[in-house]
Structures are given as C-alpha cells and as structure tokens.
Design a protein around this ligand. Structure first.
Ligand SMILES: NC(=O)c1ccc[n+]([C@@H]2O[C@H](COP(=O)([O-])OP(=O)(O)OC[C@H]3O[C@@H](n4cnc5c(N)ncnc54)[C@H](O)[C@@H]3O)[C@@H](O)[C@H]2O)c1
Ligand SMILES: O=P(O)(O)OC[C@@H](O)[C@@H](O)[C@H](O)[C@H](O)CO
Length: 483
C-alpha cells in the first residue's frame, strides 16, 4: 500500500500561498517541514505548489503520493537520542513545466499566492541569454520565473499588492539579490515594459537567506525496514538531522507574515546574514569538501567514519581549528563553539552521510567553500596552510577516478571530467608529469576565477603533496602532513 491521502487519515488540503522551485530532498526536509509545522501548530494555512525546475525529477512520484512523504529526524538532541518521524502534508501538487506549462503559468493567477521559495543548487540562479519569453518552458530557473512574474503583472494590471516575498535557499552569497538581478536581466533581454520592471522593484521583496540542516536524503539501505515500520510504502522518505537554522535577511515585517517564531522554529530575521553565511560555508561545508577526497582515498565512505577515525578525524579537526578558524573574523569563542557543534553533528550515529554524495561538483565547491580559507590564510600568515593545500592535492588525485583499483563515480561538469581524464591518461609515473597535472588544474580560471599558479608557492606545495599521495598512498601521505 502506497502513501496517499487515503492512507494518511489527517490529510488536509491547504490554499496555495507558496510557490516552490525545487522538489529535492533539502527543501522537503527543511522548508516544507517548517511550513507543515506552522500549518499544524500556528494555523498558517498555507499550501505549497512545487515546480520541478529540471525536466526530470520527483514530481510524478510526489503527485502519485498526493504530495505526501515521511520525514525522519534522527540524531542527538540535548545529549539524548532523538528520532521522530512525521508525514509532511503541505504540498498541494507538483508541476513539470516541460509537460504542463499552461498549468505552471496559471499559478500566477492565484491572488492568494504570496511567497516564492527556491533551492535549485548553486548552479540554478543563472542567466541564460538563450531563454526567450515565448519558450515553453525557458531552460533556466530565473527565466521560467520571470515569465511567470510577467504573467502575474499582466493578470493583475500591475497591482503592487499582488507582489511576492522571495526567500531563496541556494547556497550562494546574497541569493535574493542575485535572483532579482537575474530577473532584471531577463526583463532587459526580452525588452519588457518599464512598468513591469517598476512592479518587480516596488511590489516585490527579495530576501537573502542562509540555510543549515544536514539532509542525506532517501535512506536507500534502510528503506525496507522503514516501510515495514510505517506500514505503507513511501518512495519519498527523507532523512535529516534534528538541527536546523534558517537566517533570513530582509525587512522586519516579513516575520509577521511568516510566523516561524510562533512554533519555536530556529529562524533568525537579521539585517546582515554575511557573518552567519561565512561561518557556515567555511567551517561546515569547507570541512565536508576538504575532507572528502582525503577520507575517500584513505578508504572511508561516510562522514561519521571519517570524523571518528583517529587519523582522518584529527586531520579534519586540525584543518578546521588551525587553518579555517584563523581566517574568520567572528569572536574566537563563537567560532570554536560552532565548529565543535559541527563535529558533533558529523558524528550523528543515525545518519549515513556518504562522502560520495558530498563529492558532487567538488571542483566548484572547493572554489567557494575552501579556496577562500587558503587565500585568506596566506594573506594573514604569509604562508600556505598545509592541510588545506594537501586537500587540494587530494582533490586532484581523487579526480584520477580510482580507489584501490576500483572506479570512482565522479560527478562534475563534463568539461572538467574530460580535462582530468586526458591529464591522468598521460600520467607516466613521473614527478614532472604530476607537476604538469597540478599546474594545468590550478590554471583553470573558469573554476577558480583566477590562475592559482599565481598564488606564491601554491603550485609547488600542491605538487609536493600530490607526489606524496601518488608515491606513498593516502594513508602514509596524510600522516606525513600531520607531523
Ligand atoms: N542536502 C543537504 O544536506 C543540504 C543542506 C543545505 C543546503 N543544501 C543545498 O541544497 C541544494 C539541493 O540539495 P538537495 O539535497 O535537495 O539535492 P537534490 O538532488 O535532492 O535536489 C536538487 C534540486 O535542484 C534542482 N536543480 C539541480 N540543478 C539545477 C539547475 N541547474 N537549475 C535549476 N534547478 C536545478 C533539481 O531539479 C532538484 O529540485 C544543494 O545544492 C545544497 O547546496 C543541501
Ligand atoms: O548539499 P551540497 O552538495 O551542496 O553540499 C554537501 C554538504 O556540505 C551540505 O549538504 C551540508 O550538509 C549542508 O550544507 C548542511 O547545512
């Protein structure tokens, strides 16, 4: 028996007030969970209509389950084991713009619609000049959104009361500002009227936001056990940690319309989210991304195993405390407390967070999440950080695509994968060749936004680590860098 409104007896259909771009694990375990809580405990009375940004995704499955799915929150809370699960019931329907474009546009005609929330990964808020207003659909997320906004503007004759509150969740700096800027670029590209531009500027509110919750997603390995515990089949079970934080930068009145405080949710409305973002991206995501190639090539598969391993756990801790924290400006005590809490979250015994899932698009993640620490460390101390540069070398070794004779399922931009493949195919075992590989990768300005060979000493440092990794193997090489 599949989860559906017949199975979930408390099923309720809420009026659609939130338009959500993205049907992925994170939004369902974070935003939709919060909305569901506000509906059930604070009479928020808001349904979420979900748009699948890409042609393929989970929308069909979601519709088949009447928008319902089960969320498991597993971890340690206040020192005690905490495991709870609930059915999330705020999603009213899912729309695939590639097959139901008219249905998509007509969402704009609903006068009650008030919020637009999104998480389309770090690649999603992008301008694509090939997108046209007449496309059905536009390829990019902001292209699709601009078309919908224009339809709303026209439907309500430019009524500013019918504007939206945007709360994007993409892990990029100033996500709301970036989204607005991209919409304005489409208005220019499509030569839309001044009045529409004015409506965007004056009738709509773009917040910036930062999200934090570890969501490994669908518990593939335990699903049979879970389904039998639940007594129904659920193809969209999501597993996450209990911890959650949403920092929203925007006008204070947004809080009155989005009553997270009424149900005690950890949502902070602030004037400037920058320090929160820097702290989280550099420490938590930076630790994840810098740990992955080292730990994986060491023979470890999950985050918990990595932080509990004597060597890799120490490597990770030392990287955070000795090489990341010294590059940040918040009070030391606050940074250390945050870092210790992150390490505890990584140790969550109930969550199996695969290093390979974090490794997706590691090159661009390294650029945004780790490279700034390397550069700032050098700026402040006039020397390069040993462990972070080691991690960069490990990343280059990881993209060789092989661990103990087994293929690594690399997932990154096709161009990057092709470059690595040809570089490693020419590898003849010589140190000179490793230097060429390091130099070529560091020169990739499309990824790093600069030629990293220009950073004093970096090419030599990375090459030296890479030689050690290739010649001694990760186990000995990592020990070497820690001594
Ligand atoms: N999973 C976590 O622990 C977690 C925590 C905080 C933030 N995040 C962020 O959330 C994002 C999504 O994570 P997830 O776990 O939900 O992944 P997911 O694979 O379950 O969902 C990805 C979503 O992004 C959309 N998408 C992917 N590429 C896109 C593109 N180029 N344009 C438009 N839409 C695109 C997909 O359609 C899908 O809706 C990640 O980028 C991550 O940075 C994840
Ligand atoms: O989700 P990604 O792939 O962008 O990054 C992997 C993890 O670092 C990330 O999901 C963290 O667990 C998350 O950002 C915690 O809030």
């Amino acid at each position: 028996m599949n989860l559906s409104k017949e199975v979930y007896k408390e099923f309720k259909k809420y009026p659609e007030k939130i338009l959500q771009f993205g049907e992925g694990n994170f939004l369902r375990a974070f935003v939709d969970w919060k909305v569901d809580k506000m509906n059930k405990e604070a009479d928020f009375n808001s349904g979420v209509v979900v748009v699948q940004p890409l042609e393929n995704g989970l929308i069909d499955m979601l519709n088949k389950q009447d928008g319902l799915y089960t969320l498991y929150l597993n971890g340690i809370k206040d020192g005690k084991v905490a495991s709870e699960h609930s059915v999330i019931n705020c999603i009213t329907r899912g729309i695939n713009t590639y097959t139901k474009y008219d249905e998509y546009l007509s969402v704009a005609e609903n006068p009650e619609l008030r919020f637009v929330i999104s998480n389309t990964t770090e690649a999603g808020i992008a301008f694509d000049e090939k997108d046209q207003l007449e496309d059905r659909p536009q390829k990019s997320f902001p292209g699709k959104l601009t078309a919908l906004l224009y339809h709303r503007y026209k439907t309500f004759n430019g009524d500013k009361e019918k504007g939206f509150i945007f709360i994007p969740c993409e892990l990029i700096e100033k996500n709301g500002d970036k989204l607005k800027e991209t919409i304005l670029k489409f208005i220019e590209l499509w030569k839309l009227e001044e009045g529409f531009k004015q409506w965007i500027e004056e009738g709509n509110t773009f917040c910036n936001s930062l999200v934090d919750r570890i969501v490994p997603g669908y518990p593939r390995e335990r699903i049979q056990e879970i389904n039998s515990e639940l007594g129904y089949e659920d193809n969209l079970v999501v597993e996450a940690e209990p911890f959650h934080l949403w920092v929203i930068e925007g006008p204070v009145w947004v809080k009155d319309e989005f009553p997270t405080d009424k149900v005690g949710l950890n949502v902070l409305f602030v004037d400037d989210m920058t320090p929160y973002r820097t702290r989280k991206v550099r420490i938590l995501n930076g630790a994840h991304t810098s740990m992955v190639p080292v730990a994986y090539l060491y023979g470890i598969d999950t985050v918990r195993e990595a932080v509990e391993d004597d060597i890799i756990g120490k490597f990770t801790k030392d990287t955070i405390f000795e090489e990341i924290i010294p590059t940040l400006d918040l009070p030391q005590e606050e940074l250390e407390a945050f870092a210790n809490a992150v390490l505890d979250r990584f140790r969550n015994p109930f969550i199996k967070h695969e290093l390979m899932s974090i490794s997706l698009n590691s090159m661009s993640k390294f650029e945004t999440r780790v490279l700034p620490s390397i550069l700032e460390y050098q700026n402040r101390k006039e020397q390069l950080p040993q462990k972070l540069t080691f991690s960069l070398a490990a990343l280059i070794a990881f993209y060789k695509g092989e661990r103990n004779g087994e293929k690594i399922a690399l997932a990154d931009d096709a161009e990057i994968l092709v470059q690595y493949e040809s570089l490693w195919a020419n590898y003849d075992g010589s140190q000179g060749q490793l230097k060429t590989i390091a130099e070529t990768i560091l020169a990739n300005e499309k990824v790093w936004k600069m030629d990293l060979n220009q950073v004093v000493g970096l090419t030599d440092a990375v090459t030296a680590h890479l030689v050690k990794i290739q010649e001694l193997g990760m186990k000995k090489a990592v020990l070497g860098v820690m001594n």
